[in-house]
Design a protein around this ligand. Structure first.
Ligand code: NOJ
Length: 751
């Protein structure tokens, strides 16, 4: 047996990168120019700089927002010439970017460059796994690299800004937008927010292949009541500051110079009209210097919220609160001049917003190099490059999570066994990319069938049967599937959600497999062959019946362009699964919102007593598959935790380590997770909270000691006075394979 020792930074969540100073320096050099422009701009031109419309000039996807996109090119061209629009979004293509930019530079009075933005969420033409799937890799370097590649494709297509990363903490799996972020945990969201921001923005925001990052949706959008998209959020300020705001802070500390105000109201005030949030917290407390863009018409939606009387009132409230740029509604353009002339909005308030937008354009290098990366030749070379496809395959295989693997059913052999690939996603290309892959190259997607055929030594052993549509039965589908299962040695069931069942406005009442697919699974399982489930999903699902009872379950999310190849890499054992769940799988939909870091309550569920406890009649509070769970192809055993001392001195450090051993015969990756619980505090604390993690790779038989260093900083919570605080006393500590169980000990923080 070999032995290695690895040390991990204890306070990983706190080790944030300072905002790149180069950005600030470049912007400073443009300050004079910006002030000169502001002095010369008319009110209409100022309102124009704060106005963002959809891009009618370039190739664009089907609409991803309500209402029609304006396709009138001449109208927009004239608005650019008149200085009535300063930014366009959701069109790509270098050639046409040059055209629109030239209009602004050469035909508008002041020649202020346009800003081009797009929803580049998990890749552009090359698509990487959906953000939730990629978060399952727990691999920050990977997230940074895929964001970098997405930025390169975007930059080469004449884009300057992406509306990503989504950093909303999501604890209710009914909410469709869970798929767009890093899941339920604060630390994971903070780390992915920073990594993705670094990836998009690179070392230099003015690099033509960098994109301005837009952490969204500010703020607490993921806490929508009942998981219903756009719904009200209402929470204590401690929860807001302790759970929902930290990922934003993390992205800003990594250099993000834009954020998007959200659709929801928060404690009675819509976030897109929330002065406290957008100005007092964001600017005055945190010192954010970028600009705030509204989410699509969210500033006009102040009217529907019952918070503004009409468009003019909504524009006044939003601008004064701190929304600098209005997306698509046009109400800034229509009403700002009059609001200022009538004295309802101070010129100073308007100038402040214009300054933020212009200074961000300066930071992007647009005043020096307005065409930036928009070069059709570069576009051809960068977009969909072989290197990006390789990265998509790597990211895909690192994102799958193996939930269950009875009797070593996986990996499957490449020869000698007849495989029936059954289900709506076996041969389907349209769902490999996942939601928010609006610019994906649809030709590029590799299906499960294609990936399997390429991996198998004898592809004639593979039979593919659809069996059912995603949400409707197929005539004769079950019969054909059952026949294929009878003829096979093993069944692979590719079932789950289609891409349009999650993401925006796709909240679900029951987070279950659609009934026709469940019926298919039951019929196929009844044949009696071993069943491997490939679960395509954008959220945690309630698993039941034949799907829950399958011999092996692998969550594939939506893996992107290389989905089938990446899945085959893992299924046939060329690579071991290494993913870990960034969300908990509850037993039932009715348990939502469900997350591991819940509070204990005064009547916590205890194994020895079940009466009068905070639990549902039907199930215990434990997860079916907990946050952090994921198997490799070899078992790993944990030793006892070894603490450097029983006490953590106030200004000192505490080391905690555990040895992990690969007891199997294949290499394995283990993600050792450090959780704590503050036993007694002046405010109740979660039952466990992730504080650090460390990946170790173990050869068969190898033992590695995973060591962590904790300081007082790791034990902070938001106190009654809203400031981060830490209190002396006893803490529980786990070094565990997931958020449920694992070796436990305790230590005392002493002052
Ligand atoms: C609305 C979505 O909430 C947001 O995430 C997206 O960036 C905008 N539409 C623009 O498409």
């Amino acid at each position: 047996m070999t032995r290695r020792t690895l040390m991990a930074a204890g306070s990983m969540g706190l080790a944030l990168v300072a905002a790149p100073r180069a950005l600030a320096r470049r912007a400073d050099s443009h300050r004079e120019r910006v002030e000169d422009l502001i002095a010369r701009m008319t009110l209409q031109e100022k309102a124009g700089q704060l106005t963002l419309f959809n891009d009618p000039f370039r190739w664009r996807p089907g609409n991803v927002n309500p209402g029609d996109f304006d396709t009138d090119q001449e109208k927009t061209a004239q608005q650019i010439r008149d200085g009535h629009v300063g930014a366009l979004f959701n069109g790509i293509g270098a050639e046409q970017a040059r055209y629109a930019q030239r209009l602004a530079l050469e035909e508008s009075r002041l020649g202020i460059p346009m800003l081009f933005a797009a929803d580049i969420i998990h890749g552009l033409r090359t698509t990487f796994p959906v953000p939730l799937g990629e978060a399952a890799s727990w691999d920050l370097d990977l997230a940074e690299r895929t964001a970098r590649a997405a930025a390169a494709e975007g930059g080469a297509s004449g884009i300057h800004q992406t509306y990503a990363p989504m950093v909303d903490v999501a604890r209710d799996q009914r909410w469709g937008r869970v798929v767009e972020g890093a899941g339920e945990d604060v630390l994971l969201n903070k780390l992915f927010a920073a990594a993705r921001t670094r990836g998009f923005q690179g070392d230099d925001l003015a690099d033509p292949l960098s994109l301005l990052a837009t952490p969204k949706h500010f703020a607490a959008y993921g806490a929508a009541e009942a998981g219903l998209d756009y719904n009200t959020t209402d929470m204590s300020e401690q929860t807001l500051r302790g759970v929902h705001l930290p990922p934003f802070q993390s992205a800003f500390e990594a250099g993000a110079l834009c954020t998007m105000s959200a659709f929801n109201d928060l404690n009675g005030v819509p976030t897109s009209g929330n002065h406290w949030l957008l100005t007092e917290v964001l600017r005055d407390e945190w010192g954010f210097t970028g600009f705030v863009v509204s989410d699509y018409t969210s500033e006009r939606e102040l009217i529907a919220h019952g918070f503004a009387e009409d468009d003019r009132d909504a524009a006044r409230i939003a601008l004064t609160a701190g929304v600098d740029m209005s997306m698509q509604s046009g109400i800034y353009l229509a009403h700002i001049p009059d609001l200022v002339e009538s004295g309802d909005v101070a010129m100073e308030v308007l100038d402040r917003a214009v300054r933020r937008v212009l200074m961000t354009k300066a930071a992007l290098g647009l005043f020096d190099n307005p065409y930036r990366g928009a070069d059709p030749e570069v576009e051809r070379r960068v977009v969909g490059s072989p290197a990006h496809r390789d990265l998509a395959r790597e990211a895909g295989r690192k994102s799958v999570v193996l939930l269950k693997n009875e009797n070593k059913l996986l990996p499957l052999p490449k020869a000698g066994k007849r495989i029936a690939l059954i289900g709506p996603f076996g041969a389907d290309r349209s769902n490999v990319f996942g939601p928010w892959s609006i610019f994906a190259d649809r030709e590029m997607g590799v299906t499960f069938e294609e990936g399997f055929r390429a991996a198998l030594t004898d592809a004639s052993l593979l039979t593919v049967v659809k069996g059912s549509d995603v949400e409707a039965p197929l005539d004769g589908g079950i019969e054909a599937a059952v026949a294929a299962a009878r003829d096979a040695d093993v069944v692979v069931l590719a079932v789950g959600e289609s891409h349009n069942m999650s993401a925006e406005a796709q909240s679900r009442v029951n987070i279950v497999l659609p009934a026709p697919q469940q019926a298919l699974a039951e019929a196929v399982a009844a044949v009696g062959k071993p069943v491997v489930v490939l679960l395509k999903t954008g959220r945690a699902l309630e698993l039941s019946g034949a799907v829950k009872d399958a011999g092996a379950i692998m969550v594939t999310w939506f893996l992107g362009s290389e989905e089938g190849a990446a899945a085959a890499d893992v299924i046939f054992g060329d690579h071991a699964p290494i993913g870990r769940l960034p969300i908990s799988f509850s037993h039932y939909s009715g348990q939502q919102p469900y997350y591991y870091s819940r509070k204990a309550t005064g009547r916590p569920e205890l194994p020895e007593e079940s009466e009068y406890k905070a639990r549902f009649r039907e199930t215990s509070n434990t997860a079916l598959y907990p946050f952090g769970h994921g198997l490799g192809y070899a078992p790993v055993s944990y030793g006892e935790i070894v603490l450097g001392s029983e006490t953590l001195p106030w200004d000192g450090e505490l080391t905690a380590s555990v040895s992990v051993t690969n007891t199997g015969d294949r290499p394995v990756d283990e993600v050792v997770q450090l959780y704590v619980r503050d036993r007694v505090a002046s405010l109740t604390q979660p039952e466990r909270l992730l504080k650090a993690f460390q990946r170790v790779t173990l050869a068969p038989g190898e033992t590695v000691e995973a060591a962590f260093t904790l300081t007082r900083q790791d034990l902070l919570f938001i106190g009654r006075d809203m400031a981060p605080t830490v209190e002396p006393g006893w803490f529980d500590l786990w070094l565990a394979p997931n958020a449920q169980g694992g070796p436990h000990t305790q230590f005392r923080l002493v002052r």
